[in-house]
Design a protein around this ligand. Sequence first.
Ligand code: SAM
Length: 231
Amino acid sequence: MPLLPRRFERLQAVLNRRMGDLTVVLEAVDKPHNLSAILRTCDAVGVLEAHVVSLPGRPRTFNKTAKGSQKWVPLHPHPSIEECLLGLKQRGFRLFGTHLSVDARDYRVCDFTGPTAFLMGAEKWGMSEEALALVDQPLFIPMTGMVQSLNVSVAAATLLFEALRQREQAGVLPGAGEGVPGGEPAYRRLLFEWSYPQVADWCRRQGRPYPPLSPEGEILEQLPRTLRLRY
Ligand code: SAM
């Protein structure tokens, strides 16, 4: 099935608003409904990619709650929280840990308009000491009820939508793909992968560049017939 122009337009519109400088790090968050709900929120807000450090031997699985958002927001696995956080720091991210420590700030007074990573802790025991040691700013969402913490996916959604609100107010939301790191070539690559995942996979396995696309999203190259039948 060729890609319909309307579908291609929609893919472009969504990618145009993705933000490579807003992300979440999920430390040992492993319940499928939580992972799924968080990725669905990431997709809704415009997060380009998310990060996870899983407990050994616990495969990451999603359920229907994700609504397929795991296809649109890659969740990058990391071997350790240190490797993940140091990598993000190196890329200029400010690390906000969700933890109620003495120096924690109310999330409503924090600035999320610059490169921002929210660290979300495990459902049972929260963030690890190792993660806390690398955090730039601990924060919390004030609560007035009897229960002491929010569900992790609810906390992630609260923070991500606050970041979106702040960025909208500051006039720094991307609208033409400028939020995709790597500029035009990276944008084109991603757009191709979103539009034709199977062809992209085949090109990678063959070690060939992705074929060019017409403005309407048609592939401008003759591909093997067997491959053409699959997309
Ligand atoms: N007993 C755990 C603790 O002491 O951290 C509770 C973990 S809570 C159920 C799971 C995660 O949700 C936390 O690690 C944090 O990322 C997030 N979270 C829950 N309530 C929060 C709040 N009020 N403010 C910020 N993050 C919160």
